[in-house]
Design a protein around this ligand. Structure first.
Ligand code: HEM
Length: 437
């Protein structure tokens, strides 16, 4: 997913009216309890009723088919991504006031930055995910994953996998990618908790203020960290971005310069990438086990042949993705699949229906780690904003499955555990996952 929040499109530029001629749904919202618990049957039904419809409760046009979603992703000039980080409901004045601090000035850098600046910045950010860096992170990942599993085993069965593995591992990996020191891990993790509520959920006023304070503290930490790295480079993503910034026109350039990558953009990338890089991965790690463990024949196949882990991760991303929607807004009047959409129409792209589309996937509601076209899913987007961390996320999930299937072949879900999903419109992973062996 994209990075942390930076707002630059006033809601007034967007329309709250259903486009004329567009079917209207008065009752459904992705925040409904039944949808949060199991979105798939409802998403299928909505798709069968209308490929495209206006959701009155969400104030968005909902797009349900893979072909339409891919068309949108491939036409960023007409379907802009500027709204992807916007809170779906207005923030309370107290949270706005926290973020009104004079020094809170991150800029949109990746997922919600329009062209041509997005392409300019992505030239630099994609280098941080080079094969060389991924290979160097793979060793660290395997070592950390092994240590966490050792600790899990020595603490004894059962375990809450979110706490013992699925939260700490991705957070630490993205922090090492950025270059944050290990000694700061606990503090940074605290600031990043619940961030998904901010833009994609319906947090209470008190929660909004708490999250906003975490964002402000984290932004200040990132600025200090980047300043420190400016003077002392290392072999990390932040140093790489700073080298690119400096190579362009030296350390004294205007912080908002618009060629190369500006200093403020470097700070903002560092700030934004941490949430993008760990929350959905935590969910992916849990979702792989939620799919595999209740299907003993699939788990046994993986235990017998851990090379199936790679495809098992792709199949999880299709069948039970950690990101089941994303957003766009039209920049001009246009037509999508026969529906006229005026400029300023907000779109909710429903990955949950597209990833299980019955004319695309054979038996779409069957989870099959040997499915040949599992990677055909849309969970990491497509086109110019395609997820930068897809390779990293999948590598983490693959390594976790390889290690767990070999170390704990009799792993199972604790029976009758409640399944809680954090109320939000986009991210999907259990709040806790109790495992036994
Ligand atoms: C299971 C895990 C993940 C999922 C499901 C996911 C999904 C997505 C999606 C759907 C997008 C938007 C694509 C679009 O608008 O076309 C995106 C963008 C992005 N993701 Fe991820 N992501 C994951 C992990 C990561 C990780 C680990 C990182 C970094 C460490 C990351 C960094 C980014 C960035 C920087 C963007 C914006 C790219 C751009 O606008 O050019 N993501 N991701």
């Amino acid at each position: 997913m994209g990075e942390a929040n930076t707002y630059h499109q006033a809601p007034s530029e967007q329309t709250d009216q259903p486009p004329s001629g567009c079917p209207v749904n008065h009752s459904w919202s992705p925040l409904d309890r039944a949808y949060l618990e199991d979105p798939y049957p409802i998403a299928r039904q909505l798709q069968e009723e209308n490929a495209i419809f206006w959701s009155e409760r969400l104030n968005h046009v909902v797009v349900t088919n893979m072909a339409d979603i891919e068309h949108i992703f491939m036409h960023p000039d007409v379907f802009a991504s500027t709204n992807v980080q916007d809170p779906i409901y207005p923030l309370c004045p107290a949270a706005v006031s926290v973020l009104g601090a004079e020094d809170f000035d991150p800029v949109a850098v990746m997922s919600n930055r329009p062209e041509p600046d997005h392409a300019r910045i992505r030239v630099f950010t994609r280098r941080g995910f080079s094969n060389r860096r991924l290979a160097s992170l793979e060793d660290y990942m395997t070592t950390r994953a092994t240590v966490l599993i050792d600790e899990m085993i020595s603490n004894g069965s059962p375990t809450n996998y979110v706490e013992s593995f699925a939260f700490p591992l991705p957070a630490e990996i993205v922090f090492r990618l950025i270059g944050f020191p290990e000694s700061d891990d606990a503090m940074i993790k605290r600031w990043c908790v619940n961030r998904r509520a901010f833009s994609w959920g319906e947090p209470t006023e008190a929660e909004q203020v708490e999250i906003a304070r975490g964002m402000l503290d984290y932004w200040r930490y990132c600025r200090d960290f980047v300043a420190e790295r400016r003077d002392r480079r290392r072999d990390d993503f932040t140093s790489e971005l700073l080298n690119a910034w400096e190579a362009d026109s030296g350390p004294d350039r205007d912080p908002d310069a618009t060629t190369g990558i500006s200093y403020r953009e470097v700070e903002s990338v560092v700030y934004g990438i941490s949430f993008a890089g760990h929350d959905p991965v935590t969910a992916l790690l849990c979702n792989t086990l939620l799919c595999l463990l209740p299907r003993p024949e699939q788990w046994r196949a993986l235990v017998a042949d851990p090379s199936l882990a790679k495809n098992a991760v792709d199949e999880t991303s299709r069948f039970e993705s950690s990101q089941i929607s994303w957003r766009r807004v039209t920049t001009q009047d246009t037509t999508l699949n026969g529906v006229a959409l005026p400029a300023g129409t907000r779109l909710f792209l429903n990955f949950a229906s597209a990833n299980r589309q019955s004319d695309l996937f054979d038996q779409p509601d069957v989870f099959d780690i040997s499915r040949p076209d599992a990677s055909r899913n849309i969970s990491f987007g497509k086109g110019i904003h395609f997820c930068l961390g897809a390779g990293l996320a999948k590598m983490e999930a693959r390594i976790a499955l390889e290690l767990l299937s070999q170390r704990l072949p009799n792993l199972a879900l604790v029976e009758d555990q409640p399944r809680e999903y954090f109320p939000n419109i986009t991210f999907r992973g259990p709040e806790a996952l109790h495992l036994q062996w």
